[in-house]
Design a protein around this ligand. Structure first.
Ligand code: CP
Length: 320
């Protein structure tokens, strides 16, 4: 692969390869000084057409720790505001001879469109309601670290049940996670208000629930998602209090899951809505900050691997 557009395009061995590459960067990032010249001389452009804290900063930090020249394009301050088309923007970034372009865009398919119009690797940092592949990879890495700490030493998630609850309809995080978790052997349960569950989701071979208590029963991992109000123009949005009552992860609800169930959230969280602070900050059970830490390592691995061809190193898909 030249690009990283979605988990759906990756084989299981490619997922495991990216996770293994990222393991080295977890250790690297825990050193007091963390700088490599691996990507020295390369230019990486982070072009974000939607807001971001975690993804943008971790891609920027990842590129800089690898010695690349990293520049950020925020659409709100760019010529997109003057009516420039997406393809013209892509051609413009390409003409600057970027060596990798990282894109976040609100329209599903925009990342693929840009990839078709540039000469360098493109990394999807969030593509509408489609996919958010580096999020699924960092989630898998954080989960694997936690499971290892708990005494499991499988490289995959065979036998594990994960419940993902929230606004599944609009969630690129859910879509990428379903694909990666299933490729790595987990059973995936989805829970959402009926209006926020995609039609035909059963085709993804998931278990689908509308009652959260049922979805939680005995689950090993619970991943909570926020309501993506920015994608709900004109749709009914439950009140925060109503939503918490039906779908919020409270201490009482968490007790329905497996006794040592792991709690995850990709962020940003709406505390007191989809997740209570008592649960989000539950020491030993919540891995939400570990997810953020793993995000830098995963993005370093993805930038490293996808620029190998440009650096004269064998392409990553040649690796089994
Ligand atoms: N999880 C995630 O993508 O967070 P940001 O929107 O802050 O990047």
């Amino acid at each position: 692969h030249r690009d990283l557009i979605g988990i759906g395009a990756l084989e299981r061995h490619e997922l495991l390869f990216l996770l293994a590459e990222a393991e080295d960067y977890v250790a690297f990032n825990r050193q007091a000084t963390k700088h490599s010249d691996k990507l020295a001389g390369l230019t990486i452009i982070n072009a974000f057409f939607e807001n971001s804290t975690r993804t943008l900063l971790s891609f920027e930090i990842a590129g800089k720790r690898l010695g690349a020249d990293v520049v950020n394009m925020h659409a709100a301050q760019s010529s997109v505001k003057k009516g420039e088309t997406l393809i013209d923007t892509a051609v413009t970034l390409n003409a600057m001879r970027a060596d990798a372009i990282v894109i976040r865009h609100g329209s599903s398919g925009a990342v693929g469109l840009i990839a078709n119009n540039v000469d360098c690797p493109v990394l999807n940092a969030g593509d509408g309601q489609h996919e958010h592949p580096t999020q699924a990879l960092l989630d898998a890495l954080a989960l694997r670290h936690k499971l290892r700490e708990m005494g499991h030493d499988n490289e995959d998630f065979t036998g594990l049940t994960m419940t993902i609850c929230g606004d599944i309809l609009h969630s690129r995080v859910a879509r990428s996670n379903i694909l990666s978790l299933q490729a790595l052997g987990a059973t995936v349960r989805l829970c959402a208000p009926p209006a926020l569950m995609p039609a035909g989701i059963e085709r993804m071979e998931v278990e689908s629930y509308s009652r959260f208590d049922d979805a939680l029963a005995g689950a090993d991992v619970v991943m909570m998602l926020r309501l993506q109000k920015e994608r709900m123009d004109g749709q009914f949005i439950p009140s925060p209090r109503e939503y918490r009552y039906l779908y919020g992860l409270t201490t009482d609800r968490l007790a329905l899951a497996a006794p040592d169930a792991i709690v995850m959230h990709p962020g940003p969280m709406n505390r007191g809505v989809e997740i209570d602070s008592d649960v989000a900050d539950l020491v030993g059970r919540s891995i939400i900050t570990a997810q953020v830490e793993m995000g830098v390592a995963i993005r370093m691995a993805c930038l490293d691997v996808l620029t190998r061809k440009a650096r004269g190193i064998a392409g990553w898909s040649d690796t089994q």
